[in-house]
Design a protein. Structure first.
Ligand code: NCN
Ligand code: DMD
Length: 356
């Protein structure tokens, strides 16, 4: 299924891009006056292959949940059980992601790709458990390449189901205590930046824990012999398996699925940024179908966005995950596209253009 999905991905359509850009310039506003929103609308036209592109609604949020063997090394102040407990909270409708999804009119689907406990059945829960958490990435590979591919394919499958159910925009979400450690390792591996530059304080850690976290990211890259892997798909898969998490793999799959189905994907924070680096290494054209929802407070997120050439829409120092930053950006993405559908041109509205 991974090969099939990769084969279906097309880059941004140059004609749709040009048409959208030309149309922007005929609308009743000074040229460029909608700033970055003009670029967003043009980007979605290129991704859809048509201008104007379809309205990116309704949106569907997929929260991929998993646990991490490196948790045992003391990289976060939070107990591992918080992952499964927060899954319960998402399913009960009590998390920030639920509040923001209600605001954006988005559906919420939770996917267990690797939580270290069994979960009872629930209507909004999809079970694709690959394992009860990853192995400790600072000691050896976090997962096998086969597990990484299965987690990627779980993300593809979830994306397909959401699109089949009517979603016209996919929003990435994650839940996994300790997953900012794996995110930093992936970002260092894919950007070539030093672990000290891309490791952050996650949910909030003291200086001593922070130093340990940077050291563990460094060990992970050394022990698994991964560095600067973004140019080869097979090396990318090996790096994902070595230092990633099941949620990173599944989010990369969701991104590839959106690209293959020509349904735009709004990326959330640092976990999504790390996953997008994996997707880009498998096919750079996948990123043409993505919008960066926000810039997380994690330094690695900025590194990932810069590497991907993405400009985030919302900058509010969020560092929650769950898809919250992506959900906040969704109405802006919709507004940007609505402009191409509904705003009058100088000709149609009889408004005089600026003399040349
Ligand atoms: O989205 C982000 O950029 C982000 C930044 C910091 C923390 N998080 C969330 O916090 C958890 C991981 O933090 P930590 O400190 O346990 O590695 C995980 O559930 C993420 O969703 C998320
Ligand atoms: C409470 C809590 C909620 C979260 N949501 C995403 N990551 C999280 C981490 C914690 C600790």
């Amino acid at each position: 299924m991974l090969a099939e999905t990769l084969a279906a991905i097309r880059p941004a359509d140059p004609r749709a891009l040009a048409e959208a850009r030309a149309h922007q310039d005929r609308l009743t506003k000074p040229r460029g006056s909608l700033g970055v929103l003009e670029d967003v609308a043009v980007r979605l036209a290129g991704a859809a292959g048509v201008s104007p592109p379809p309205m990116p609604e309704p949106a569907a949020l997929a929260i991929f949940a998993a646990d991490h063997g490196v948790h045992a090394r003391g990289v976060t102040p939070w107990p591992q059980e918080v992952t499964v407990q927060m899954v319960g909270n998402f399913l009960a409708g009590g998390a920030v992601a639920n509040a923001f999804a209600a605001q954006a009119g988005a559906t919420v689907t939770v996917v267990d790709v690797g939580v270290a406990a069994d979960l009872p059945d629930a209507p909004q829960l999809i079970k694709h458990k690959i394992a009860y958490g990853t192995a400790d990435l600072s000691q050896g590979p976090a997962m096998t390449v086969d597990q990484a591919v299965r987690a990627l394919e779980a993300g593809i499958l979830v994306g397909k189901e959401l699109v089949a159910a009517g979603a016209r925009c996919l929003i990435t979400g994650d839940m996994g205590i300790a997953n900012t450690t794996a995110s930093a390792a992936l970002i260092s591996a894919f950007t070539g930046m030093d672990p000290a530059e891309v490791t952050g304080r996650g949910t909030g850690i003291d200086d001593e824990t922070y130093e340990r976290k940077v050291g563990l990211v460094r060990s992970a890259l050394r022990v698994n012999a991964v560095s600067d892997v973004s140019s080869s798909p097979s090396e990318a898969l090996r790096a994902l398996a070595a230092v990633g998490g099941f949620e990173h793999a599944a989010i990369a799959g969701l991104i590839l699925c959106g690209a293959a189905e020509r349904v735009p994907v709004i990326l959330d924070g640092v976990i999504a940024g790390a996953a997008a680096l994996v997707a880009a290494a498998l096919d750079p054209a996948a990123i043409d179908h993505c919008v960066a929802g926000h810039r997380s407070a994690e330094p690695g997120h900025t590194a990932a966005l810069t590497h991907l050439g993405l400009r985030p829409l919302v900058e509010l120092e969020l560092r929650l995950g769950e898809g919250t930053g992506g959900l906040l950006a969704h109405p802006m993405v919709c507004a940007a596209v609505r402009v191409l559908h509904e705003v009058a041109t100088f000709d149609s509205a009889g408004v005089t253009e600026k003399p040349v």
